[in-house]
Design a protein around this ligand. Structure first.
Ligand code: ADP
Ligand code: MG
Length: 624
């Protein structure tokens, strides 16, 4: 038998090695922009086409390369940044492995133009799949431009692993944020095709945060942030943490060390501990925390694409972080609550205050808004009482209880007849269909629950949840039938989105159109809201849209039905009448009618109970 081990050809070995460093377009962006930073650039332009699949172009005004260096830069383990192993422990550059360009050239078509300030001519190199096709002198600007075309053109398996454009774009943006947030002194411009989606002038950390994330927030992000700052001989920390009340499900949480983004689950816990009870367990605060440490005390050499970094003194740093964040939160919380003037002061009885200055409590009731007059709603042509009636008559045949979870209704001695005037609880099972004027026995408790008498006892309906269920089914129908009454807006509001949010928004825009929204994209990431669904409570459309985007972001669901349901539910939750809203008898009756015309009257689409029944037995027991 002959020997079977042989060395792989360079091209194959390089492709394999490249897989370690370059996994997707975002990895190319990261490596090239980091190189530009290491080259001392103060302006970096990024251009992507088709989410980086066809082109990623990075231009910088850094120090450029000589002709020989330009050629050398594509060799594996070729770097200008370290000389020996010791240098690894004093790293001040982003790169040091000398692998990135070699890896990129192994899996893409690369064109490099570069010129040093003092050179008259620059160098042009074309290289693809590690083969150099062209190298010549060219006229070009000082600095370096890399064009990376057709990533993975020679590795079809990898190309197939790329996700949708939107997913790849959000990876690209995440890498961009991580770099831009920690290099505010560098000016960045980011083009997606012909759209300049970011232009970030040189500034400071706080302004940089604002210019990246400001747009997607309802309140200016600067007003949401508290400054933290501390300096010990182990570490200096500065940065910003979000006020607890702005915590949200999806927060922007960033740690940086010595100018480099890092993930650090252990330090993350330190921050979260500092918030303690101030935020709900499901909420997350924003934070942007920058550490400076002696490079000798950290190890970043774990893995080329990993962002975890090891610290020598993790426990000590943990305590410093926790204390620093606590202090910032404490200052913020205490200041407004210390009010020395109030100490020991006598309570002024309300009567001595000018009554004109006391605002009567207001409920958010809009007298013109009648949720029951939704133009799209038609009173069902059947009476739900009848449905109940037939249920009644068939029940003795052992049929399933409509209120599946209410065993008392299965008692054959107790007739379930909603809107029974409540006179008798012992009548034999019979259909009791009342006329409209007979059913006046609805009562609203705390402007929140509708109480009505049924044969088995007392039914309570959560009015908000009931309306959510009703509207959900209406909206869903409209989405699926692709048409819904739209109401034109006289003075269109503007929805201004972060680029990230805009990506999610674009994915649901068509569904939104089918429920009656109309948008006009006036600028990149800015949409005018020209029309809203006529059954939508238009007061808070912007908030509603943000909620929808948030939902889209949080739920991995991709099936059309699931997306439709999400949209219908969010719209329904937003437009449903609120608890606290007074209802007339007619409105209550109408709500009940519509509720029982729904496919499931007992639960909201997200599983909350709408109806509960207190049986006569339960009630009687209370009077014993
Ligand atoms: P590393 O960054 O780890 O050194 P790379 O493969 O990313 O490895 O780059 C190799 C070398 O090419 C760098 O060390 C640097 O000398 C040079 N280089 C790469 N990009 C640039 C650039 N934009 N401007 C100047 N020099 C660059
Ligand atoms: Mg590099």
């Amino acid at each position: 038998m002959s020997d079977i081990i042989h060395l792989l050809p360079d091209s194959v070995a390089n492709q394999i090695a490249a897989g370690e460093v370059i996994q997707r377009p975002a990895s190319v962006l990261k490596e090239l922009v980091e190189n530009s930073i290491d080259a001392g650039a103060d302006f970096i332009q990024i251009l992507i086409k088709d989410a980086g699949r066809t082109l990623i172009q990075i231009t910088d005004n850094g120090k450029g390369m000589s002709e020989t260096d330009a050629r050398m830069s594509f060799e594996r383990h070729a770097t200008s940044k370290i000389q020996s192993a010791e240098d690894l422990f004093a790293l001040r550059t982003m790169g040091f492995r000398g692998e990135a360009l070699a890896s990129i050239a192994a899996v893409a078509q690369v064109e490099l133009r570069t010129r040093r300030e003092d050179d008259e001519l620059g160098t042009l190199i074309e290289i693809a799949g590690t083969r150099v096709f062209r190298q010549e002198a060219v006229q070009c600007n000082k600095g370096t431009t890399f064009q990376i075309r057709n990533l993975f053109f020679n590795v079809p398996a990898r190309r197939r692993f790329l996700k949708s454009d939107n997913v790849e774009k959000s990876h690209l943006l995440n890498e961009f944020y991580r770099i831009a947030l920690v290099n505010p002194e560098i000016e960045f411009s980011f083009f997606d095709g012909d759209d300049e989606i970011f232009h970030l002038p040189a500034s400071n950390h706080k302004i940089r945060i604002e210019s990246i994330f400001g747009k997607s927030q309802k309140k200016k992000i600067q007003q949401q942030l508290l400054t933290i700052e501390t300096s010990t001989n182990l570490i200096s920390i500065h940065g910003y943490v979000g006020k607890p009340e702005f915590a949200q499900k999806n927060a922007n949480q960033y740690f940086f060390v010595n100018g480099r983004y890092m993930r650090h689950p252990y330090f993350h816990k330190a921050v979260m501990m500092a918030y303690g009870q101030m935020i709900q367990p499901t909420e997350n605060p924003n934070y942007f925390i920058y550490f400076e440490v002696d490079p000798q005390t950290i190890d970043i050499n774990i893995h080329p694409t990993k962002t975890e970094i090891k610290f020598e003194n993790e426990q000590a740093i943990w305590s410093i972080i926790s204390a620093t964040v606590k202090e910032a939160l404490g200052k913020f919380n205490i200041i407004p609550s210390i009010d020395f003037d109030q100490e020991g002061a006598i309570d002024i009885p309300a009567g001595t205050v000018d009554p004109a200055k006391i605002k009567p409590p207001v409920s958010s009731f809009n007298p013109n808004y009648n949720p029951f007059n939704s133009s799209s709603y038609k009173r069902p042509s059947f009476d739900w009482e009848k449905l109940y009636g037939s249920f009644e008559s068939s029940k003795q045949g052992g049929e399933k209880n409509v209120f599946g979870d209410k065993p008392e209704l299965n008692d054959p001695d107790i007739a379930v007849t909603p809107f029974d005037s409540g006179i008798s609880d012992t009548e034999p099972v019979q259909q009791t269909i009342e006329t409209d004027d007979q059913r006046s026995a609805n009562f609203q408790l705390k402007n929140r629950y509708i109480i009505t008498s049924v044969k088995s006892g007392m039914m309570m309906i959560d009015q908000h949840r009931a309306h959510v269920r009703i509207l959900f089914e209406e909206f869903l129908r409209e989405i699926e039938q692709q048409h819904a009454p739209s109401q034109q807006v006289l003075f269109p509001e503007e929805l201004e989105l972060s680029h990230d949010d805009a990506l999610y928004f674009e994915q649901i825009i068509q569904n939104l159109n089918s429920v009656g929204f109309e948008f006009f994209r006036s600028e990149t990431n800015i949409y005018q809201i020209k029309g809203v669904p006529s059954s939508c409570n238009s007061g808070s459309v912007i908030e509603l849209l943000h909620a929808l985007i948030e939902k889209k972001r949080n739920t991995a669901i991709e099936t059309t039905t699931a997306i439709h349901e999400q949209i219908a539910l969010t719209l329904a939750e937003n437009s449903a009448l609120k608890n606290g809203q007074g209802l007339t008898q007619e409105e209550m009756a109408d709500l009940i009618d519509r509720l029982f015309a729904c496919s499931d009257s007992n639960h909201t689409p997200d599983g909350k109970t709408i109806i509960t029944i207190f049986s006569i037995e339960e009630i009687q027991a209370k009077f014993r």
